[in-house]
Ligand binder design. Structure first.
Ligand code: IPD
Ligand code: CA
Ligand code: CA
Length: 254
C-alpha cells in the first residue's frame, strides 16, 4: 500500500491512544534510566513496539530505526521513530511530549508526522506538498526583526555533561530577543517554528529520530533547516530551524 498522510495518521493516532493510556495512569508508570539524565518509560517501549509492528504490516518494504529498539536491516528506505519525544515531561505529567515518525527514502525525507496526544495537535508534511496542523495548512512566522522574536532551544548537551554546551549561546541570544522558551520536546519545538508560534529553534547533540519529522515539517512550512553556520541540511548535532526572516541576524550570534 502506498504511504499517505491519511493512512499514517490512522496508525499514529492509535500509538497516541497507547501513550495516553499510560499517561493517564502515571502512578503505575514504570520509569528507568538509560543514563543519569536520560529516562525511558514503559510508554516509550509500548508505543515503539506498536509502531514497529504496524508500520511493518502496512508498509513491509521499509526498514525501521527506533530510539528504543534500534535499527532493522534496511536502512536505505526506513521509518525513523521517536516513540515519546519529551519522556521526562511525560513522566512528570506535563502535556508537552510527542510521537515523531518520519519516512526517509535513499537519504531524502519524504513524510513527517509529529503528534502531541495530550494536546491533540497533529502536525504532518509530505515532501513538496506542504505542512499541516490538524488538517490546516501552516507556515512559519513573518517576523524579520530578531529583537522582536521568540526563540526556543533545548539542552541535550547537558545530558552528556559537555563542556562545549549551549549555555553561553543561550545567554547571548536571550539578550537579543524578546521571548525565550524551553518546551522539552525537540520534535514539537520544530513544529512550533513551522506553525509560526516561535520564530526559531536550535539545539545541539540531538539524534536524527528527535528531528527528522519536525525538520521536514519546517521545510514544507517555508522555513529553513541549517547547522549553526547556515549550511542547509538536517544535522542532529547542530540543528537550527528558522522562519527565514531572522536567520541572518541569528547566525551572527550562534
Ligand atoms: C528529548 C527531547 C528534549 C531534548 C532532549 C531529547 P527524549 O527527547 O527532545 O527536548 O532537549 O535532548 O533527548 O529523550 O525525551 O526522546
Ligand atoms: Ca527524543
Ligand atoms: Ca524518546
Amino acid at each position: 500500500m502506498p504511504v499517505s498522510l491519511a493512512s499514517l495518521e490512522k496508525i499514529i493516532r492509535v500509538a497516541g491512544d497507547i501513550a495516553l493510556g499510560q499517561f493517564n495512569d502515571l502512578q503505575n508508570l514504570e520509569v528507568s534510566q538509560k543514563s543519569p539524565r536520560d529516562f525511558v518509560t514503559a510508554a516509550d517501549i509500548a508505543v515503539e513496539k506498536f509502531l514497529k509492528q504496524a508500520l511493518a504490516e502496512h508498509y513491509p518494504e521499509y526498514g525501521f530505526w527506533g530510539e528504543e529498539s534500534g535499527k532493522t536491516e534496511n536502512q536505505a528506505q526506513r521509518w525513523i521513530v521517536d516513540p515519546i519525544d519529551g519522556t521526562h515531561s511525560f513522566a512528570k505529567g506535563q502535556y508537552f511530549w510527542s510521537i515523531s515518525v518520519a519516512l526517509e527514502i535513499d537519504g531524502e525525507l519524504m513524510f513527517g508526522a509529529v503528534f502531541a496526544p495530550a494536546l491533540d495537535d497533529y502536525y504532518c508534511a509530505k515532501k513538496d506538498a506542504g505542512a499541516f496542523k490538524n488538517g490546516q495548512k501552516i507556515s512559519v512566522s513573518s517576523e524579520d526583526d530578531l529583537g522582536n522574536s521568540m526563540i526556543a532551544t533545548g539542552f541535550a548537551c547537558l545530558r552528556s555533561y559537555l563542556e562545549k554546551n549551549n549555555l553561553e549561546r543561550f545567554c547571548r541570544i536571550a539578550q537579543a530577543t524578546t521571548g525565550q522558551r524551553r518546551f522539552g520536546s525537540a520534535a514539537m519545538d520544530l513544529c512550533l517554528v513551522a506553525d509560526g508560534q516561535v520564530d526559531a529553534f536550535w539545539e545541539q547533540e540531538l539524534n536524527l529520530y528527535d528531528i527528522a519529522a519536525g525538520a521536514l515539517i519546517v521545510l514544507e512550512a517555508g522555513g529553513t533547516i541549517t547547522d549553526f553556520k547556515g549550511n542547509n541540511g538536517v544535522f542532529p548535532k547542530q540543528i537550527l530551524a528558522s522562519n527565514k526572516g531572522i536567520l541572518t541576524e541569528l547566525l551572527t550570534l550562534m
